[in-house]
Design a protein around this ligand. Structure first.
Ligand code: SF4
Ligand code: SF4
Length: 385
């Protein structure tokens, strides 16, 4: 396996061109995909936010490359634990993209899972999506972001969406970094292409910073290590990358080729606040394991909604124009009563209504709300909208 990682600029040039340059440095798409192979393209569709998901331009460029090599591409994903996958697909325009490209888009929550024994760690087995295990090739398309629990989320963490929600919950409760390493031991990316068009400090709600980077490698660990280097982060600070570098064969210093070597440094969240957040999340997932064993349900979406981020309408400022209800993908807003149906909003929380309100009557509340002054999705237009 090559530890070469091609880093190219995506600034001022189409994604297809940046991708083409990266792949050419690695020996071309035909060195990864053979004619007739079913190729799983695994994007990051974590939730209903354009800035947090893999660029549609990159996905389209990869689909075209795979087809040119004679492969049969398909897309597959399961959204973040607190989001509904199908609603996420529709909100970000992924279903429209799939139709336009005439490609299958699998909602992995609706497909079977296969029990796979774990080699190391507290969990004896993982439930892995069967279509993922059956794919001939896997092309991993992560979005480059910070993460409140792991420090960074790049290629290795992106494969989390290939695991059953039930197993993800257990991994959160028993050791996230170890779980990510084991997931990557079971599911091997044949190619990882990192969408680093911008840097996002958290997985979903944060301010974007332009980077204009695309990084591609056939070894996901080497690719993650290289992204750390480019961001000015010691990879040993990111536990799952440190463990994988030791155990999965990425220990040799990756050879960085291409034109971009100089993006960082970025600041990872740390200190007491981050440690408390990790402890709180561990308790939440551990408690949720018990809750699901007793009732079969999960309290995690509720906790994220009521404590994390949610919209609230100020009735005094609302003039009942209906614009928010018009843009709400979940039909969660009742103009007559000027209220938001929590059950409907909870699994999406897209905040489109906030940007759509001309009267400024909808505010974002909660502990994880985006920093003040952040541009939200509605100000930049949505893909597929
Ligand atoms: S109520 Fe607002 S935040 Fe909730 S789903 Fe609708 S548009 Fe999105
Ligand atoms: S868009 Fe704003 S003013 Fe119009 S109905 Fe919704 S909350 Fe009220």
């Amino acid at each position: 396996m090559s530890s070469k990682v091609a880093c190219e600029s995506a600034r001022g040039r189409p994604m297809a061109e940046a991708l083409g340059r990266s792949l050419a440095s690695l020996g071309g798409i035909r060195s990864v995909v053979a004619p007739g192979e079913r190729v799983l393209i695994k994007p990051n569709f974590v939730g209903p936010f354009e800035k947090a998901v893999t660029s549609f331009g990159l996905i389209e460029a990869v689909v075209r490359q795979v087809r040119a090599a004679g492969g049969k591409p398909f897309l597959a994903e399961s959204a973040g634990f607190e989001f509904d996958t199908e609603s996420t697909f529709r909100a970000i325009g992924a279903r429209d993209l799939a139709d336009r490209l005439s490609i299958e888009l699998l909602n992995l929550d609706e497909h079977p899972h296969t029990e796979v024994p774990a080699e190391r760690g507290p969990l004896s087995c993982f439930l892995v999506s069967t279509p993922v295990l059956e794919a001939d090739r896997i092309i991993n398309l992560p979005r480059l972001k910070g993460h409140s629990l792991t420090g960074l989320t790049i290629g290795m963490k992106n494969l989390f969406g290939c695991i059953a929600r039930e197993t993800r919950r257990k991994i959160h409760a028993t050791g996230l970094s170890r779980g990510i390493v084991e997931v990557n031991r079971i599911i091997r990316s044949d190619l990882c292409v990192v969408d680093g068009r911008t840097w996002l400090g958290r997985a979903v709600f944060d301010v974007e910073r332009p980077l204009g980077l695309i990084a591609a490698g056939t070894d996901v660990v080497a690719t993650d290590m290289t992204c750390c280097r480019i961001l000015g982060v010691d990879y040993k600070r990111v536990k799952h990358i440190r463990l994988a570098a030791r155990e999965l064969g990425g220990a040799a210093r990756p050879e960085v080729i291409g034109e971009r070597h100089d993006v960082g440094p970025v600041r990872l969240r740390g200190g007491v606040g981050a440690a408390l957040h990790r402890a709180a999340m561990w308790s939440l997932y551990a408690g949720d394991c018990l809750c699901s064993a007793v009732s079969g349900g999960s309290v995690i979406p509720k906790v994220h909604y009521y404590m994390g981020v949610r919209p609230r309408i100020d009735r005094k400022r609302c003039d009942r124009c209906g614009d928010c209800a018009h843009v709400c993908p979940a039909s969660a807003i009742d103009i007559a009563t000027c209220s938001i149906n929590a059950q409907r909003c909870m699994y999406l929380r897209c905040l489109r209504c906030v940007d759509a309100c001309p009267a400024g009557a909808i505010s974002v509340i909660g502990l994880r709300k985006p920093p003040a002054g952040e541009k939200r999705e509605g100000e930049r237009g949505w893909p597929g909208a």
